[in-house]
Design a protein around this ligand. Structure first.
Ligand SMILES: [Fe+2]
Length: 286
């Protein structure tokens, strides 16, 4: 590892290194080689690039073969519906939880953290409603679909954020935010076009994914967050990097750990509703 490298231990045999060029590497050393230990002193020299490497490396370390991370090329309409339910369940508690984190930071005199957590809370305001409206716009009884296709993965993510906010180190909430914002940023125009094809050209049911994409209005959030984390004291920065890894481990855990609805399971649920639009009826009957 070069001198321009920061590192954080993510697990017993897992280290992430963030390099000065923004790249990262991972290692399964049980312990640091002696020469590198000295370099720990360098951790904390403010660097946006090294922080970017640490944060992205912590996500990459969670994505293993067989995990839930996948391309969106083969996304189907039933799966999109299940994703909207999962988005709704994850986004609905986000605002109150980030507000709570802000109050805890303020009480501890950490005003910059409090302000930024409040900003995150404000940004999340109404985002759950976007997913709800998209479901409604698809001609579905939104609340019924949410009740019938709950996402245990989203509920696990929310539980993790609750634990963070209650914990000794609520600063980890910025690691949680990083994973969700970074992964949303990866959603490009081609995915949005594919979803528009799925829902039909005249149906406005892509609000939630457009806002949470690499072409929507929130596209600068990831860069802001990296810069914010890069200015933290070393200990806090390490807490954030570990939280990124833990959040990504939940988000990308193998399908068999959490729910993963197959198309036929989703369609069976939808078939129980009345007055569905033709587009969805055609998929059910196909
Ligand atoms: Fe959001």
């Amino acid at each position: 590892m070069s001198e321009g490298t920061d590192f954080v231990r993510l697990g017993p045999e897992l280290w992430v290194f963030g390099n000065a060029d923004g790249a990262f590497s991972l290692s399964d050393w049980p312990d640091l080689p002696p020469g590198l230990e000295k370099m720990q002193a360098s951790f904390g020299r403010e660097s946006v690039s090294k922080t970017r490497g640490l944060l992205d490396g912590a996500i990459a370390a969670a994505i293993k073969p067989g995990s839930a991370a996948r391309t969106m090329d083969d996304l189907t309409l039933p799966q999109y519906i299940a994703f909207l339910v999962a988005d709704y369940q994850r986004m609905r508690p986000a605002r109150p939880l980030f507000e709570k984190a802000a109050r805890r930071f303020a009480a501890a005199g950490l005003n910059e953290y409090a302000d930024y957590a409040r900003e995150k809370a404000d940004e999340e305001s109404g985002h759950d409603k976007l997913a709800f409206r998209d479901l409604t716009e698809l001609g579905l009884p939104a609340q019924q679909v949410i009740d019938d296709l709950p996402s245990t993965r989203s509920l696990a993510l929310v539980q993790f954020l609750e634990e963070i906010v209650e914990s000794e180190r609520p600063v980890a909430c910025f690691g949680y935010a990083y994973v969700l914002e970074r992964m949303a940023e990866m959603r490009g125009r081609e995915v949005l076009d594919h979803v528009q094809d799925l829902v039909g050209p005249d149906v406005n049911a892509t609000r939630c994914w457009y806002i949470h994409s690499g072409v929507g209005p929130e596209v600068g959030h990831v860069e802001e967050l990296i810069e914010f984390v890069s200015k933290m004291p070393p200990n806090d920065r390490a807490v954030v990097v570990k939280a990124v890894h833990q959040t990504a481990c939940i988000k990308y855990a193998a399908d068999k750990i959490f729910d993963y609805y197959r198309d036929d399971q989703i369609l069976e649920v939808l078939a129980g509703y009345s007055n569905l639009p033709d587009r969805i009826n055609r998929v059910i009957q196909a």
